[in-house]
Design a protein around this ligand. Structure first.
Ligand SMILES: [Zn+2]
Length: 339
């Protein structure tokens, strides 16, 4: 089968590889309907994470092709949406809604979903079947639910977004933009998107942003304060993962407010004294997308939300390298790869 492999930073190729097979009786093999490139794939692409001949891709939708002998909730032919970490969905941590920290999850994310087929561990816990075969135009939105929508949603929940609240969103990538969508769905009164790109600002407004702040860093914080009577936002979504973005999020939040952080942290170190005196709640990490997946699938199925709008470039799998370049150069928000 064809699969995307990152040989080294900046070197993405489409290789012929072995089709995966069932290894554990709880596995399923799925045939990908579509896949995509994640903002987090850019960390190794840019050399910020180590990479050596790594099969890429952890966002996926597709059709169940084969199941292990212990898989009970799925059948061959089901259309499924899965999450980037596998989880049994039955352990105490999973039942508390933190499936990304499942005590039985394997090391790292589900690998190799930028391919024609993928092996999904803990299929009963990890995969959620859609109510039927989706119309083609729903596939991008279902694919978004696999990671970026679920991650933006978790960030909003972690930031305690709710009716009457003012929400600030740091980061205008797919996760930040879908954090805006989530904040709107969760009833936020005012949503301030921080972005300096016209196309991303437009999509943020379409998803429900009421204000745009173009300034960054201390100036961005000052603008948020200005817009909130000097207090800061009730809830801030951090969707980048750098020192600057994290401090921007904490400083833009009022005392007693909440930061939901989902940008994968790279060299972030928090100053204890400033944190102590801020009175701000911090919660985040790898989003337990599985917690939200059934509800998100239903919202998409009922056409109440259209998170697939974040895909602004579609390429065949064979042109994955161009997809990585487009995202790296920020020519594309998010790239969908047809299989
Ligand atoms: Zn578990």
């Amino acid at each position: 089968m064809r699969a995307v492999v990152m040989y080294a930073p900046g070197d993405v190729r489409v290789d012929q590889t072995e089709r995966p097979t069932i290894v554990e009786p709880t596995d399923a093999i799925i045939r990908l309907a579509a896949t995509c490139i994640c903002g987090s794939d850019l960390w190794p692409y840019r050399g910020d994470d180590e990479v050596d001949h790594q099969p890429m891709g952890h966002e996926y939708v597709g059709v169940v092709e084969e199941i292990g002998s212990q898989v009970t909730s799925l059948t061959v032919g089901d259309f499924v949406v899965g999450t980037f970490f596998s989880s049994d969905n039955t352990c105490e941590i999973c039942r508390a809604g933190y499936q990304t920290h499942c005590v039985h999850r394997g090391p790292g994310a589900v690998p190799g979903a930028q391919a024609e087929y993928a092996r999904i561990p803990h299929a009963d816990g990890t995969l959620v079947a859609t109510p039927g075969m989706p119309d083609d135009d729903l596939v991008p939105s279902l694919l978004a639910a696999s990671d970026v929508l679920g991650t933006g949603w978790f960030a909003a929940v972690a930031a305690e977004v709710g009716p009457g609240k003012t929400v600030a969103v740091v980061g205008d990538g797919a996760v930040g933009l879908l954090g805006v969508l989530a904040a709107r769905q969760l009833g936020a009164e005012r949503i301030i998107a921080m972005s300096r790109h016209a196309d991303r600002q437009a999509l943020a407004r379409e998803f429900g942003a009421t204000d745009i702040v173009e300034e960054r860093g201390d100036e961005g914080v000052a603008r948020i304060k200005e817009l909130t009577g000097g207090l800061g936002a009730h809830s801030t979504i951090e969707a980048v993962g750098t020192q600057e973005s994290m401090m921007q999020a904490i400083r833009a939040t009022r005392a007693g407010g909440h930061v939901g952080y989902v940008g994968v942290a790279h060299d972030v170190s928090l100053p204890g004294e400033e944190l102590f005196f801020s009175g701000v709640h911090l919660h985040g990490g790898p989003a337990p997308v599985r917690r939200f997946l059934p509800d998100l699938i239903q919202l998409i199925w009922d056409r109440e939300i259209d998170p697939g709008r974040v895909f602004d470039l579609t390429l065949p799998l064979d042109q994955a390298a161009e997809g990585y370049r487009a995202m790296d150069e920020r020519r594309a928000i998010k790239v969908l790869l047809t299989v």
